[in-house]
Ligand binder design. Structure first.
Ligand SMILES: [Zn+2]
Length: 247
C-alpha cells in the first residue's frame, strides 16, 4: 500500500501485522545522455511496486534528494543535484523518529546509489543509517527512560539478540542490489546494467536515440542494454527483497 493513500484503520492494521514500511531512497544524478537523472531512485520504486504485488508492505513516498555528489559530472546542464550527508542526517532522524512514533517497528530504507561497497558505506546511506540509530535511541529513552538497557527487563537482551530480536532492527538500510549479485549482474553507472534495468522497469527513462551522444567511459556498453537482460537483474533484486522484507 502507498502510505499517502492509507486510512488510519489500515495503518493500525499494518502496525499490528508488523508489515515492512519501506522508504525508496535515491538521488538525482547525471546518467549519461541516454538516461533519466532519476534512474537510481526509479529502480528502487519500480522494483518495490513489483514486490508489492506479492507481499503486504507499505511504500513511503520516495526521497530523491540524497547526496548525488559531483563525482560523475559537474551539475551545470547535467542535472545532478547534491545535498550533503550532513544535511540529510537531521532530516532522516526526524523522519524515522516520526515513523516510530506512528508505531512502525519494521522500517526499511532501500537505496541504489554508490552501493557497490555497501558495508563501508557512502554519504547518503551512512547518513540514513546513523539517523535510524539516533531515532531508535531517542524513542527508547522517551518511552522507557534513561537506563532502559541496564534495567532488569533487558536481562535477556543477548539471548534475544542471538535470535534476531533486536530493537536496532526497527530501522534498517539496504542496498537494492546485494553483494551476492556481484559477478552475476553488472554493478555500473549508466552502463549496460543500469540501462537494462531501466528498460525492464521504466522504459520511458531511456532514449535510444541519444546513445550516440555519450562520450564517457562509463556509458560504453549502454547501447548493448536490453529488456531481457534487465529482467534478469530484476528477478535477482526481487529475490533479495523477499529475504530482507518480511513481517
Ligand atoms: Zn545509477
Amino acid at each position: 500500500m502507498r502510505y499517502e493513500l492509507m486510512l488510519p484503520h489500515q495503518i493500525r492494521n499494518a502496525i499490528a501485522g508488523n508489515w515492512p514500511v519501506v522508504l525508496p531512497l535515491g538521488v538525482l544524478e547525471y546518467h549519461g545522455e541516454h538516461m533519466a537523472v532519476g534512474m537510481d531512485t526509479l529502480a528502487v520504486i519500480k522494483t518495490l511496486e513489483l514486490f508489492e504485488k506479492e507481499a503486504d508492505i507499505v511504500i513511503l513516498p520516495p526521497f530523491y534528494y540524497g547526496a548525488a555528489s559531483y563525482a560523475v559530472a559537474p551539475p551545470e546542464g547535467s542535472g545532478s543535484v547534491q545535498v550533503g550527508g550532513n544535511q540529510l542526517a537531521p532530516f532522516a532522524e526526524e523522519l524515522f523518529y516520526g515513523l516510530l512514533r506512528v508505531g512502525f517497528r519494521n522500517i526499511h530504507t532501500i537505496i541504489h546509489h554508490q552501493t557497490e561497497n555497501f558495508a563501508a558505506g557512502m554519504p547518503t546511506d551512512l547518513a540514513f543509517k546513523a539517523a535510524g540509530r539516533q531515532a531508535i535511541f531517542r524513542l527508547l529513552e522517551k518511552e522507557r527512560g534513561e537506563g532502559w538497557w541496564g534495567s532488569d527487563k533487558m536481562a535477556d537482551y543477548y539471548a534475544g539478540h542471538a535470535e534476531g530480536d533486536n530493537v536496532f532492527n526497527w530501522v534498517q538500510v539496504h542496498p537494492l542490489m546485494p553483494a551476492a549479485m556481484n559477478g552475476k549482474y553488472p554493478f555500473d553507472h549508466a552502463g549496460i546494467g543500469e540501462t537494462s534495468l531501466m528498460l525492464a522497469l521504466c522504459p520511458e527513462a531511456v532514449d535510444a536515440a541519444h546513445f550516440a551522444d555519450n562520450t564517457s567511459w562509463y556509458t560504453e556498453g549502454a547501447s548493448d542494454a536490453s529488456v531481457e537482460f534487465g529482467h534478469k537483474g530484476v528477478a535477482m533484486i526481487l529475490e533479495h527483497l523477499r529475504t530482507i522484507l518480511s513481517s
